[in-house]
Design a protein around this ligand. Sequence first.
Ligand code: 13P
Ligand code: 13P
Ligand code: MG
Ligand code: MG
Length: 379
Amino acid sequence: MVTVSSIKADIGGMVGHSSSHPDILDLGREEMERAKQRGLLIDAHVSHCGDDMFLIMTHDRGEDNTDVHRLAWDTFVKGTELAKKLKLYGAGQDLLADAFSGNIKGMGPGSAEMEIDERPSEPIIVFMGDKTSAGAFNLPLYKMFADAFNTPGLVIGEPLHGGFAFEIQDVKEHTQITLNAPDEIYDMLVFIGSPQRYAIKRVFNRLSGEIAAVSSTDKLSLIAGRYVGKDDPTMVVRCQGNFPAVGEVLEPFTTAWTVEGWMRGSHHGPLMPVALGDAHPSRFDGPPRLVALGFQLANGKLIGPNDMFDDPGFDNVRAEANNIADYLRKHGPFEPHRLPLEEMEYTTMPAVAAKLSHRWTATEATREHAMAAPAGEVE
Ligand code: 13P
Ligand code: 13P
Ligand code: MG
Ligand code: MG
């Protein structure tokens, strides 16, 4: 068995929140190399999307392994020290705990891990997002694994025809449920259609029981209780054979879906799939961005990556994203460009509401109602 762990954090941006500094990524690579030499990791690849650093690691320790999580945490802490020296923006932004406590979950970084029995050929795609949030993969995952208009393999591919099971987390209540596609898709859509609350964590092939996909569902604001940046997510998807083909896994991203994130993590914007060379969101700190790195696993070695969205086939969706960005930007501080008020509770909203609370008076209709009411009924 081999475990693929994609663990990521924003430990400092260059310039502002727009990208990563090469020295930070080099530091990550050195730490990964040392961990390979001491036998903790089989292989590793360090990359970034915008200001988030992604540690893509393979090992034989299984999911939630303390040593692997500690390695990721220590790498982010060391990277933060360097980010502070370079005075990068928001150095250590996603490190919300003072000290490592055995598992990186709930400490700020996002993680997506899967332990698999490596197939004779094991193509995987690791997705890296910036200026978006956990739950952004709900719609694409639904299309990949439950929509025959996206994935013809669901109809004409025998190993996919039995459908896929979706493990869905309620990120507020910390509960989970598994629902089956295609039979339970209408029930499932009730929940996954609200990605700020319900996020798809894992997908399984129902016939073989094998894990097909895993995504990070860590919600920074729910961990910190205040706005600390968006939980820019990661996801690992297996391709071919019992899973959708590479092209079926990428096809959902030919539409620039509306996601949460963008400027100050407080806006809706179009998700733009880009090549690594374009993974530096600058326009209004965006638009939200996604990179897809393709690997072939070979006895745990990460052969690759190929930069999957570096393809003119995605030029139209990038143009679409820019058009949507122009349109949404015109709304300025109005919803639905700005997030709904409930999602703004970690911004100035509570302070402004408190400051003005004594200036709110009853409306005329309420006063008339109060006057008309018989004595004793007015509260
Ligand atoms: P090959 O016949 O080249 O393996 O392609 C099959 C397939 O899955 C294409 O998406
Ligand atoms: P990040 O979550 O990527 O750090 O972005 C925060 C932000 O405020 C962008 O405007
Ligand atoms: Mg940042
Ligand atoms: Mg980020």
